[in-house]
Design a protein around this ligand. Structure first.
Ligand SMILES: C[S@@+](CC[C@H](N)C(=O)[O-])C[C@H]1O[C@@H](n2cnc3c(N)ncnc32)[C@H](O)[C@@H]1O
Length: 213
């Protein structure tokens, strides 16, 4: 999978949106490792929640081609605009929606590939609550207690989002307690496996994959 060009972005943009980092590139590597699985699946709909710069969903859209409809969601409208530009400048199409997680639509098990690199850093809960102003960069990383407060809101929605053979890819760090996430998702009817992991500057990053049991 080619890493999309982000040459249109400047320091000014990165003051408002998440600058791709090791977690973003580990996620792209994990999706590339699973590319044959994804191509065989022939996904109709791929959704990335929290697209930020758009680097991940643009890479996916380019790799899967026009038969897959790619949708990017971010709570930060600046990130949505940047994602749109990233897709256009890399000659691919991504539909962009400004939204809190998946709250705005009834998806009725239509998503074949769901991707989320969430705000996972352990912070006081107030850091999420106090920064509800859209465009606040803090929302890109502040995860509250155990770094789980944002992703925990998504988990119960996954059974109604994913199609029968769909897959959900999630970036976490060890502080998010992956074993507990496994238990939560097991109760919701999903098997979990680790697609890729990397230790970078004291952070143990993992890309988890969930499919229906
Ligand atoms: C760690 S960044 C990941 C950005 C990009 N996907 C990447 O890998 O470089 C998390 C992203 O999630 C977005 N986000 C945070 N809370 C959200 C929510 N409740 N709903 C949708 N997006 C959210 C942030 O604005 C940010 O762009």
């Amino acid at each position: 999978m080619d890493t999309p060009s982000l040459s249109h972005l400047s320091v000014k943009d990165y003051a408002q949106i998440y600058e791709p980092a090791e977690d973003s590139f580990l996620l792209i590597d994990a999706l590339e490792q699973d590319l044959i699985f994804l191509q065989k699946m022939k996904p109709s709909v791929c959704v990335e929640i929290g697209s930020g710069s758009g680097v991940v969903i643009t890479a996916v859209a380019k790799a899967l081609g026009t038969n897959s409809h790619c949708i990017a969601i971010d709570i930060n409208p600046v990130a949505c605009g940047v994602t749109q530009r990233t897709a256009q400048l890399n000659h691919t199409e991504v539909e962009v929606v400004t939204m809190d997680l998946m709250s705005g639509f009834h998806w009725d098990n239509r998503i074949d590939v769901l991707i989320f690199n969430p705000p996972y850093v352990v912070t006081p809960s107030e850091e999420i609550l106090e920064n509800k102003v859209y465009g606040d960069i803090t929302r890109a990383w502040a995860g509250g207690e155990r770094g789980r407060e944002v992703m925990d809101r998504l988990f119960p929605m996954v059974p109604n989002l994913l199609s029968l053979y769909g897959a959900f890819y999630l970036v976490v760090i060890s502080e998010n307690c992956p074993d507990d996430i496994k238990r939560v998702m097991d109760e919701l009817g999903f098997d979990m496996n680790i697609v890729k992991e990397r230790k970078v500057r004291g952070e143990h990053l993992l890309v988890l994959k969930f499919v229906r049991k």
